[in-house]
Design a protein around this ligand. Sequence first.
Ligand code: GLA
Length: 690
Amino acid sequence: MHYGGDYNPEQWNDEVWHDDVRLMREAGVTLVSLGIFAWARIQPDEHTFDFDWLDRVIDLLHENGIAVDLATATASPPAWAVTAYPGILPEDENGATYWQGSRQHYAPASPDYRRLAAALVTAIVERYHAHPAVVMWHVNNEYGCHVHRDYSDNAAIAFRAWLERRYGTIEALNAAWGTAFWSQAYTSFDQIVPPRKAPTSHNPTGLLDFKRYSSDTLLELFVMERDIIKAAGATQPVTTNFMGAFPAADYWRWAPELDLISDDNYADPHDPRSFRGAAFTRDLMRSLKPEVPWMLMEQATSAVNWRASNAPKAPGQLAALSMQAVGRGADGILFFQWRQSTRGSEKFHSAMVPHAGTGTRTWREVVELGASLKALPTLPAQQRVDGERRQRVALVFDWQNGWALENPDHPTVLDYGALVQRWYSALHRQHLMVDIVTTESDLADYPLVVLPHQYLLTDAGAANLAGYVERGGHLLVTAFSDVVDGDDAFRPGGFQVGLRGITGVTVDDFGALVAPDAPAGEPGARAVGVDAPFGPMTGELLAEELRLLDDLPGPAEVVASYTDGRLAGSPALTSRAAGLGRAHHLGTVPDDEGMRAVTEWAAGLAGVRPVVEGLSEWVEAARRGDVVSVINHGSESAEATVSGAVIASMGASVGASRASAGLPDTESTLSLQPFGWAMVRTTSNGEHPA
Ligand code: GLA
């Protein structure tokens, strides 16, 4: 279990460095991410490297038993690089340049940027690959976080090459993009430009490809650096810090290239429900590489500086959110940053050592958390031990679908990222354990797959989902799914061609409703009622006109109908037995309570049970192998009854305990204060006897 943070000694003198290591030892710090923004300090000009200071810092850390996650420092090019090679700078879709004076001002496809970055990484890794302090490599920093996509001439050249690799011939591109429409046909790849400012909508497949290209190009940078590191003989794991469900990079494509997944997460303390979004991110990170524990690379000890209003964390919240990550598979808890800066954009950002000093609550909580993590026994590393999947819901999250869904010119605007998080929250409120998957993942053993708004469904994805149902799985298909293929084109023969063979329904019309948050006075219906057997439900955004197919063996049953509007009395939710499994189709987007109710219904039919029964919605429960964690994110004390032995806790007291009849386990009722948490070692892997 690692503990520590981003360490930026270039902002301080050696006297402070000595104070830093003393305090790091006091806090139980075991690992620091070093030199992330130190390019200008390491390389003062193109032909000079200055490693003397870095040698001294690394040696000092090592002498004090603190390991190093060494950065490649390529995230913020020095001023000399921009002056010498102005083509390094990226541009937006209007042709405006992102200038220096901030950070991340590089065009990912710039050959000069790549050459300079490669030289820097080579120099760093040759010097330090065998240093015993270095246990991990931190490539660049938050790829794409500020500049999601670059539209410069360098990007145009690289985009053309990417398209040529994808399509081979210009005829194939024209066919895939449907350029017969609006006279968009190309006769050469050289005619193609990034989707810069244009009179109206761009070709949607072109837009989708540009998003794919942009993610792949950032990934190319990561792979370039990783390969330099490995070629120099470094044997330490290589990572780069992800940003949760970051919209501009398809981390499913990135994950296989990383040795371990690391993530930066900044749940907003102003929002009492932000722990659910954080839990989603933790589950996503675990799911990206289930066989290796992931790391929380950055979080704040208290407030950040970059929201309009930056609330401090409440007492205990620092540990509660940290243990949420551990309970959901993390083996490292780090912060941005070690010592609060006195100058620069982030001087108001909290740190492990606050500017106000070590007499602060933040410092006390940092020291306390370090001690708790140190005392933790080893936790199961395997995230998907046999049998665990049988008590988990699989939730599909697919970046490429999000990119296609968010293109313009659709029946209505669906915010995919927000909707997936709402579906996740519906499951999280019920204390169900969730793995995040794609339509093409191995789904064997999951009792239930929830498919939120999978507009773009590849042929492989459709076949995989159908096979999963045939073999006994339950699938909840939600509105605006299976509309286009992987090229963002309608399949011949109507909609839901990919899944209709299992759901037994197709959509004749998508039935857009007015957005629930549209300005008052906007004409049209905002919501539609649904008379579900699990209680009345409100649908928003879409009320699909569903048609039950009568040419399949065994028709779909109507589970619920619309109660009002244009489609009153017609099907809103259907269910069909297919093979050994069952597929439901929901024709609308429920409100939050509706999402909770429909997923509870589907989970019940599929036989999925909560990690812990009888908990308040403010208490979350997660399972990591045989360890169950419970955390109270609410403002009032709450109880949790869990079977097993408490192995770690904070702000929790064990009340009534009793041995369950015939079992070696002890069932304990834990009383959890606000932000109190406990980890309990159970004797099972969560499978309930049939
Ligand atoms: C990101 C960056 C850090 C820092 C923090 C501040 O996570 O990687 O360098 O800017 O945000 O919250």
